[in-house]
Write a protein that binds this ligand. Sequence first.
Ligand code: ADP
Ligand code: TYD
Length: 204
Amino acid sequence: MTDAKFLSFEGIDGCGKSTQAKRLAAHLTTAGQEVILTREPGGSPGAEAIRSLLLTGATDKWSAETELLLFTAARRDHLERTITPALSAGKIVVCDRFADSTRVYQGATRGDLRGKVDELHRAVIGREPDLTLIIDVDPEVALARGLARNSGEDRFEDFGLPFQQKLRAGFLALAAQYPQRCHIIDGNRTPEAIFTDVLSLATS
Ligand code: ADP
Ligand code: TYD
């Protein structure tokens, strides 16, 4: 059905990636595959504890450097406790955000930290998804969708529209950097239309 065992969804806040990740996991499960749906930051008890430190509070609560360390610590725990065991057991892992979010959010928005992001990734993560689907949406639309959810975890949405525009450019640049792994999907459509593309990329 699919050769990709580890799939990630990426994009700016409110782009609709969680909606698509859920749909894909449900579809593959119905088709008889063993699937886990997980997310970052989070996806293991330790990483979920770090998540709440990161996503609540004022925008200046952490510097980009401190965030980088916390997101990476959460990812290491998630890999050790959830992702690697699932892949070893032959399951498919569908992950809502992974290391590309760090490359863009911490690496390319508030100063150029990309060198440090890459160094840390090499040192303690060292793993990429087999396939990454980037849902590309107009930042104004995405911001309205994200904030409308009122999740209480809006620290990054609270950086505002110019920040989301930088993020969008960052994800497009990343797709150009990793053309084999990363695919851009037009997210300015209905969830059903988007899912048709998700499915054809994930199962080809
Ligand atoms: P993300 O995980 O990227 O933040 P979500 O999937 O949680 O985004 O979607 C954010 C909000 O937008 C949710 O309320 C969701 O129901 C809605 N939404 C998701 N996809 C679409 C779409 N294609 N068109 C309109 N609204 C959408
Ligand atoms: P989440 O609720 O998953 O995002 P979304 O708004 O897309 O539904 O919250 C995760 C937030 O953390 C999101 O704003 C992106 C940010 N983030 C980083 O800054 N760096 C990272 O490495 C990760 C995984 C997320």
